[in-house]
Ligand binder design. Structure first.
Ligand SMILES: C[S@@+](CC[C@H](N)C(=O)[O-])C[C@H]1O[C@@H](n2cnc3c(N)ncnc32)[C@H](O)[C@@H]1O
Length: 271
């Protein structure tokens, strides 16, 4: 049986480690490749950020993205007392919100240009739901509060200084359902004018795979190793770019592992 030809274009920001992707797509690692099961599929890789138009206009049939578009195009300011916008307040929150609204519009306008008439976009993104829940804050302990407490304890112990504490601010924003939905609604909006329409939006809570693993072993080391192995280069870099100026802290992966070791000790001390 011969199938219609399909190009699959994988895209991430240019500094992403594409080796892991290539390993998976071509079946060089533990996962089976779909290329072994189907002819006429042509994988391609792009290093264009989703803040640019990635594909030629009107060339995309189906776009898919998961858990990536909470990363903003740049960090508008530091947050003085927290590590992420979920804990930001006042003018700092306003600045992030303004940036996030403009970024989301930009992402959608580029995708609208790329889509063919009748094409579809499926986006699964971190957000804040109708009950105020978000990644790491769905039930019980708030992950970002814990992260912030650990970072504050580093500051108190003088392992980092005030500037380094603030530099930790992650350039991320979790849109609400209304914020996700706003750009394609209303004939006067540029996203609507570019042709995009909202078919469906809903919120779901997905079980954390790390927590599920942890429940099997109750060993912090396992969860730390797993998190380290799946975090993208970007996430590792953001986590420690605030310390890179320090000669004693040079070497991002080493610092990252140091934090994980700290979490490991901290976790096992408590459990
Ligand atoms: C949490 S990972 C999700 C990866 C994958 N989609 C998945 O679901 O497993 C977030 C990804 O978004 C990428 N990313 C962040 N900002 C980006 C940008 N401006 N353009 C393209 N990719 C970006 C990061 O490099 C990282 O690979």
């Amino acid at each position: 049986m011969s199938y219609i030809p399909i190009s699959v274009v994988y895209t991430d920001q240019p500094r992403n480690d594409f080796n892991a992707l290539i390993t998976n797509v071509y079946g060089l690692g533990p996962f089976e490749t779909y290329l072994a099961k189907r002819d006429n599929v042509f994988p391609l890789v792009s290093g264009s950020s989703f803040y640019r138009q990635i594909l030629p206009s009107a060339s995309l049939n189906l776009g898919f993205s998961a858990t990536a578009m909470h990363w903003l195009s740049n960090k508008i300011c530091n947050i003085s007392n927290y590590v992420q916008t979920v804990g930001a307040e006042g003018p700092e929150l306003q600045a992030f919100r303004k940036q996030a609204h403009s970024d989301w519009r930009q992402i959608l306008i580029h995708r609208a240009h790329e889509l063919k008439p009748g094409g579809k976009l499926v986006l699964i993104d971190f957000g804040t739901d109708e009950q105020g829940r978000y990644l790491g804050n769905t039930d019980g302990i708030n992950m970002f509060d814990t992260f912030n407490q650990i970072w504050c304890s580093f500051l108190e112990q003088k392992r980092i200084d005030r500037q380094e504490y603030e530099n930790m601010t992650l350039p991320q924003y979790y849109n609400s359902v209304e914020e996700f939905s706003a750009p394609p609604v209303g004939a006067d909006k540029p996203v609507f004018q570019a042709g995009l329409r909202l078919d469906h939006i809903d919120t779901r809570i997905v079980k954390c795979p790390f927590a599920e693993d942890f429940k099997k072993t109750w060993r912090c080391g396992t969860i730390c190793r797993r998190i380290y192995s799946v975090n993208s280069q970007l996430e590792r870099e953001y986590l420690f770019q605030c310390l890179i100026q320090r000669p004693s802290h040079r070497g991002t992966p080493r610092n990252y592992r140091r934090l994980l070791r700290y979490l490991q000790n901290h976790g096992s001390g408590k459990s």
